[in-house]
Write a protein that binds this ligand. Structure first.
Ligand code: AMP
Length: 213
């Protein structure tokens, strides 16, 4: 099953993608995580991407399309995959189609902007393994360190309030049109993001046709 998770930054698509990934045994591919890793290790792509991510703008299409092209060729994608954070523009979605990739379902997780701002101020991430937590909705066991690798959790630079507002504007302008794009292909499912993580997970499972999971 080939899935795309759409949604504003902080809508919970990354968390749901991780859950579905474990349930189905297919990889969740986050272009944001790949870009952050490249920034951390200062690869040429990371250095080029940083000027965009720092201000809440999108990294140019050719860079992210290249990332996805390479990633989808890896063997672990043979039985399906979940794209988390890609595509984010219509040209990216068109590039995916040109690659011959068939998408079965696109789940758009919808959350009001004001709730997003509240949520993102509490988000914490592990710089080492990329796991994400939230001080209220999904705290790590000890509240400070990653449960998977023990690394100290931090606030992502692009989760700072002024960057969040800019990322939301970018989402509405450039990514939201993808809902019409995929609705016209008959694969769009809307999930209303809920206060409780488990409720959103249940609705997401229903949207992808796996309600009893
Ligand atoms: P995310 O973790 O998905 O919110 O991504 C973090 C940042 O990486 C975004 O704010 C963008 O600057 C960049 N990014 C991630 N995915 C894409 C994409 N598909 N197209 C353009 N920029 C992206």
């Amino acid at each position: 099953m080939n899935l795309i998770f759409l949604g504003a930054p902080g809508a919970g698509k990354g968390t749901q993608a991780e859950i579905v990934s474990e349930r189905f045994g297919i990889p969740a591919i986050s272009t944001g995580a790949i870009i952050r890793e490249a920034i951390k290790t200062k690869t040429p792509m990371g250095i080029a991407a940083r000027e965009y991510t720092d201000v809440g703008a999108l990294v140019p299409d050719d860079i992210v399309i290249g990332i996805i092209k390479e990633r989808l060729q890896q063997d672990d994608c043979n039985n399906g995959f979940i794209l988390d954070g890609f595509p984010r523009t219509v040209p990216q979605a068109e590039a995916l189609e040109k690659m011959g990739v068939i998408i079965d379902i696109v789940v758009s997780i919808e959350v009001a902007d004001e709730d997003i701002v509240k949520r993102m101020s509490g988000r914490r991430v592990c710089d080492s393994c990329g796991a994400s937590y939230h001080v209220v909705y999904k705290p790590s066991k000890d509240g400070e360190n990653c449960e998977k690798c023990g690394n100290k959790l931090s606030v992502r630079r692009d989760d700072m309030p002024e960057v969040v507002l800019s990322r939301l504007a970018t989402y509405h302008e450039q990514t939201e049109p993808l809902k019409d794009f995929y609705a016209s292909r008959g694969v769009l499912k809307i999930v209303q993001g809920q206060e409780e993580l488990a409720d959103t997970t249940r609705l997401t499972a229903e949207a992808i046709g796996n309600p009893e999971a």
